[in-house]
Design a protein around this ligand. Structure first.
Ligand code: GUN
Ligand code: ZN
Length: 429
């Protein structure tokens, strides 16, 4: 069956930093045709209406479904936990909450709520941290399969974790291999070897994570990097002969083109050179960086090195599931270091940039012909203030206002594989 939609369409397929303004594709009155969940035609309505005369009108700005490049589903109920920076916050708030995921029923309930929350925020794909428990991955993947979402995840490796939240080198490997086997080629799911961060794993487990990565070339590597100054000092204490934090991963074979590092707030030039050379990328997490007092990501430095970037909410250190809000905070983080992030590049980071980082850019992120038809209908008049700010405004102004003032209220509808998966209850559309 062919589904057709008529709407204002906007996407940014490549980083405007590298590709220039030509990366922005905008059809003020566009048409999208979808067959079996995949885009088969996209263009100006005037050009395609003859071929597809019955298009359903979507009165809003249609952009690709957002792609959250770093988020923790077990931390959903720990969002907004008071008072600590990273290491103390983990000990006090996060590790106790994650222990509860030994219970599959608990994991099922949170996974379902979490994925529904993503859809309500217009997020259709994500790279997700579960917990150390094998069944926490099953819970997430089962719920993602039901919703047909594109989700990448993998059991957390942390043999140095606290009691009740640790594995061993052997159990970490066995469970990782079992999960890769169990979930291979199912739905729109992907696997990521996921050492929590260098401090949570022994040298032996980090080496084994590198071996797992080498043995399974289709999987990603997902971890944290250089987020917080106290964390960085602890890494330097444990690896006194490492050149820097990244080097502590590198010596175990964990810095590859398929490696996604969250944060990278405090990176020496050497790390950036090595990241660029390896093809590894960074999930920028501005909301979390602000919430935990970690600092502001240095866009200027990353751009000088041509680093691959995506955008992540990092809930529960991030304070919102909204990629619009996270994009707005990325703008503010950039400005705090005297850099500029224009709204089209911010949209790129939240869509095709994150897709490229997750190696799913050939499937999602830009609503091109051949892509899976995940998209969001944005309502630039979602609140009275947004309506006033965007009345009669040009595209850049509307997009920027949505990023600064918008959140889930501005998500009128979310479509997964061409089908409506979320409609805002009070939608005027
Ligand atoms: N570093 C290690 N674990 C975590 C985590 O759960 N959240 C964040 N923000 N950083 C981490
Ligand atoms: Zn994180």
């Amino acid at each position: 069956m062919i589904l057709t939609y008529r709407a204002e369409l906007l996407s940014v397929s490549h980083d405007p930093r590298d590709a220039g303004p030509g990366a922005v594709r905008h059809e003020p009155d566009g048409l999208l045709a979808i067959e079996d969940g995949v885009v088969i035609a996209r263009g100006a309505y005037a050009d395609l209406a003859g071929q597809y005369p019955e298009a359903e009108r979507l009165p809003g700005l249609v952009v690709p479904g957002f792609i959250d490049a770093h988020v923790h589903y077990p931390q959903t109920d720990s969002i907004a936990s008071y008072g600590e920076q990273l290491l103390d916050w983990l000990d006090k708030h996060i590790f106790p909450a994650e222990k509860a995921f030994a219970d599959k029923a608990h994991a099922d309930a949170i996974a379902a709520f979490f994925l529904d929350e993503l859809l309500q925020n217009g997020t259709t794909s994500a790279l997700v941290f579960p917990t150390v428990h094998e069944q926490s991955v099953d819970a997430l993947f089962e719920a993602a399969l039901e919703r047909r979402m594109r989700i990448v995840s993998g059991k957390v490796l942390m043999d140095l974790g606290p009691d009740g939240l640790n594995d061993t080198v052997a159990s970490g490997r066995a469970e990782t291999e079992a999960l890769i086997r169990r979930w291979k080629s199912r739905g729109r799911l992907g696997y990521a070897v996921t050492p929590r961060f260098v401090l949570a794993s022994s040298d032996a487990q980090l080496a084994d994570a590198g071996a797992l990565l080498a043995e399974h070339p289709e999987v990603l590597m997902h971890t944290h990097l250089a987020e917080n100054v106290h964390e960085i000092a602890a890494v330097a204490g444990r690896f006194p002969d490492a050149a820097d934090y990244l080097d502590a991963y590198d010596r175990f074979g964990l810095v590859t083109p398929r490696s996604v590092f969250a944060h990278g707030v405090h990176l020496p030039e050497r790390s950036c050179t090595r990241l660029h050379q390896s093809g590894a990328g960074i999930a920028v997490c501005p909301s979390s960086n602000l919430f935990l007092g970690s600092g502001h990501f240095d866009f200027g430095q990353a751009d000088r090195h041509g680093l691959r970037l995506g955008l992540g909410t990092d809930v529960g250190a991030g304070t919102s599931f909204s990629m619009l809000r996270t994009a707005g905070l990325a703008y503010q983080a950039a400005l705090a270091r005297e850099d500029r992030l224009d709204p089209f590049r911010a949209l790129y980071l939240a869509t095709a940039g994150s897709a490229a980082l997750l190696h799913i850019g050939d499937r999602v992120g830009a609503l091109e012909v051949g892509h899976e038809a995940d998209f969001v209908v944005l309502d630039a008049a979602a609140t009275p203030l947004l309506a006033r700010r965007t009345a009669g405004a040009d595209l850049a102004t509307r997009l920027f206002a949505l990023q600064i003032l918008g959140d889930e209220r501005a998500i009128a509808r979310t479509y997964v594989m061409g089908q409506c998966a979320w409609t805002r209850p009070s939608s005027r559309i």
